[in-house]
Design a protein around this ligand. Structure first.
Ligand SMILES: C[S@@+](CC[C@H](N)C(=O)[O-])C[C@H]1O[C@@H](n2cnc3c(N)ncnc32)[C@H](O)[C@@H]1O
Length: 275
């Protein structure tokens, strides 16, 4: 495993200070959540399985799992490769994944500056990591750099419209931003399409999830380590009053199954041309 000290200079050179700060916060939040993540990760499990199903089952070659989290999906990789490498920014998440000892290597690194050689992977897989990266174009570029000719990459990421019901509810309290600003899918499609030597396909899917109440939604986001996703900000409200107002505003999104929270996921599929 590579230590964060080894990669720190590379990351620092390429990122603006506010980006470096955000990336550190993301690493810390996911690190804190490494024990609670899996039990809360119903969306993440569904999306990662849907993304994996886009890869051919060939049981050959090298696969890279970028933003692997606790590695719950790693037992399923044997159908898609002969060996894989797992990368994550968070030391805690990577430790969780490496306790399974399934990957050829566990590397702690920022996806925007991978300490990995070019063209060494037949498949690059990354589920629900890209929305946490301040420079998604740099991450997509790194993915294509490490991909071998004829290799495939599959990425899933949250885009604008995710948690729009929660955003609506917050908007009734004040005008401050409370939800992580997910990029529109058009921005990601444009960033990917600028990279040479790859043919791209994109698909947008909506995943509605249901919760008994808004507190349950907030608890799930916290357990996932998605603390940057939503916050009280400057509502000036605390405790019971805050939750009562938010819950009342969210009621219009209640169905017979509970309150709805919609997650919008862009699936990106790329195939590198041969030489
Ligand atoms: C929502 S979790 C997804 C984990 C796993 N792929 C899954 O589907 O359950 C996002 C993961 O991406 C990692 N991550 C976030 N930003 C990253 C970055 N810039 N480079 C590498 N990993 C990153 C986080 O530490 C976290 O483990």
């Amino acid at each position: 495993m590579m230590s964060s000290e080894q990669i720190a200079p590379v990351v620092a050179e390429q990122q603006a200070p506010h980006e470096t700060h955000f990336v550190k916060q993301v690493a810390a939040s996911f690190g804190k959540a490494c024990d609670s993540y899996l039990a809360a990760a119903r969306l993440q499990q569904q999306v990662a399985r849907d993304a994996l199903a886009l890869l051919p089952e060939i049981k050959q070659g090298q696969l890279l799992d970028l933003g692997c989290g606790p590695g719950w999906i790693h037992p399923e990789f044997s159908k898609y490769c002969s060996a894989f490498t797992a990368v994550d920014l968070s030391e805690g998440m990577l430790a969780k994944a490496s306790s399974q000892q399934r990957a050829m290597a566990y590397v702690q690194a920022d996806a925007a500056a991978l300490p990995l050689a070019a063209e060494q992977f037949d498949n690059v897989f990354s589920s629900l990591m890209l929305q946490w990266c301040p420079r998604p174009a740099a991450v997509l570029s790194e993915m294509t750099r490490v991909l071998a000719p004829h290799g495939q990459l599959i990425v899933s990421t949250l885009v604008q419209g995710t948690l729009h019901e929660l955003q609506d509810a917050f908007a009734t309290l004040d005008q401050h931003p409370h939800i992580h600003s997910f990029l529109p899918e058009t921005a990601l499609i444009a960033a990917a399409s600028q990279l040479p030597g790859i043919s791209w396909q994109f698909e947008l899917r909506s995943y509605p999830l249901y919760y008994p109440d808004v507190q349950s939604l907030a608890r799930e986001l916290k357990a996932l380590g998605a603390n940057q996703i939503a916050g009280r900000g400057q509502t000036g409200l605390t405790g019971k009053g805050y939750w009562q107002k938010l819950a009342a505003a969210y009621e219009k999104h209640r169905t017979s199954e509970g309150i709805t929270a919609t997650y919008k996921v862009l699936f990106i599929r790329g195939e590198k041309y041969g030489r």
